[in-house]
Design a protein around this ligand. Structure first.
Ligand code: FE2
Length: 391
């Protein structure tokens, strides 16, 4: 990397949304919360699937019952793009909206954050790529989450693809955090098993990567380890039976805690590797992370054997009597077992990636924002080798 990988900063700030509404039935409060924030007309940003199955209509009824009018924009797409954002900006502005509510998984929240950036700051979305700060007030913002994975409903980050070059861009500012983040496990119960598995592994990746950067603090450690314990306890059950509300609730807390961990401590090369097939080949983010996770952890193992041993324990492994390296390897074994148990594909080729894609993917991954935070220095050739192993 061209940037020096030195973190001389000795003071830390912990970012978190002011209000998190958790638990079964929490979404019923969305109208009341919208009214408290003072909006008159909210843009509800979601994906076409949420409209089709009637969830968007249910949310509109709840919000309007609180006295806030709603305009629907259901143009959020997987791996959202600048075009999706610009389409939403037109709907917000032509309807004189003054508030934002996003409903869905990471794609809806990231699209909504992008819309909020443009309508509040002016100019184009590309003017605000991280680390550009947002200087003007952001519209009042509520998130309603329907997956247990990305944590975009509660972080200060958005990842949006520049569709001219097919590269994911990161946007980051405390103003992108919602005033209220709603994680009602009843809203997660509709996720099919494959999506539950992939998004759950995304949450696991957030916790694992967030526990390995040079920006960890006792607060992010507490969040990351508890997230991993909850995932080890509940993810298989949530995949096995989507209507298991206790499992959905456990995973809702797990993904939120993972968001608090990585949202403050950063990520690493699992995400660098997962971002590229997302933007170039439109592959799903969670599954890409799940596939890359054990390979990147093997590469990173020597950076912090002790911490990998602690991750193994959080995943439920017994490391009694093992030396430090064998204890660390237990973490990777546990990740592979979990992936297999919940039906994650064993390699990228199962998702359609070809060997001929690897050079471009690795070059983009090497330049990815998350590579800077990886706990071990990584060269382009290392990334090429990792993609080949994970193919
Ligand atoms: Fe992620």
């Amino acid at each position: 990397m061209a940037l020096a990988r030195v973190f001389p900063k000795q003071t830390y700030t912990f970012f978190s949304p002011p209000v998190a509404l958790m638990g079964f039935g929490a979404v019923d409060q969305v109208g009341e919360e919208a009214k408290k924030l003072g909006g008159k007309k909210a843009l509800l940003v979601t994906d076409p699937g949420m409209s089709k199955i009637g969830v968007a209509a249910q949310m509109i009824a709840l919000i309007e019952a609180g006295g806030v009018e709603v305009v629907l924009f259901d143009g959020a797409q997987p791996n959202p793009t600048y075009t999706n954002v610009n389409d939403g900006v037109k709907v917000y502005q032509s309807n004189n909206c003054d508030m934002l509510i996003s409903l869905g998984g990471g794609s809806s929240h990231d699209t909504c954050k992008g819309i909020g950036i443009v309508v509040s700051q002016g100019g184009k979305i590309s003017d605000y790529i991280f680390p550009v700060a947002l200087t003007k007030p952001f519209p009042p913002y509520i998130t309603i989450n329907t997956t247990a994975g990305t944590a975009s409903e509660m972080t200060r980050y958005a990842v949006i693809t520049d569709d001219a070059v097919h590269v994911k861009m990161v946007f980051g500012d405390a103003k992108l955090m919602p005033a209220v983040a709603i994680n009602d496990p009843g809203m997660h119960a509709g996720m099919p098993a494959g999506l539950t598995a992939a998004t759950g592994m995304d949450a696991l990746t957030h916790a694992v990567e967030g526990l390995l950067t040079q920006l960890t603090t006792p607060i992010t450690d507490a969040c990351g380890f508890e997230s991993i314990r909850l995932i080890a306890k509940w993810l298989r059950k949530a995949v096995a039976n989507g209507q298991d509300i206790a499992a959905r609730d456990g995973m809702a807390y797990a993904e939120y805690l993972a968001g608090l961990c990585f949202g403050n401590a950063g990520l690493g090369c699992v995400h660098s590797m997962a971002h590229q097939p997302g933007s170039l080949l439109n592959l799903p983010h969670g599954a890409c992370n799940a596939i890359a996770l054990p390979w990147v952890c093997e590469f990173n193992l020597i950076s912090n054997l002790e911490r990998f041993g602690e991750i193994a324990v959080a995943l439920g492994e017994d490391i009694t009597g093992l030396n430090e390296k064998d204890a660390a390897l237990k973490a990777i074994e546990a990740m592979r077992t979990l992936s297999r148990d919940i039906g994650i594909p064993s390699g990228f080729s199962a998702l359609g990636m070809k060997e001929s894609d690897i050079q471009q993917l690795a070059e983009n991954a090497h330049k990815d924002f998350c590579t800077f935070f990886n706990p071990r220095d990584i060269k382009l050739q290392d990334l090429i080798d990792l993609y080949k192993k994970a193919l």
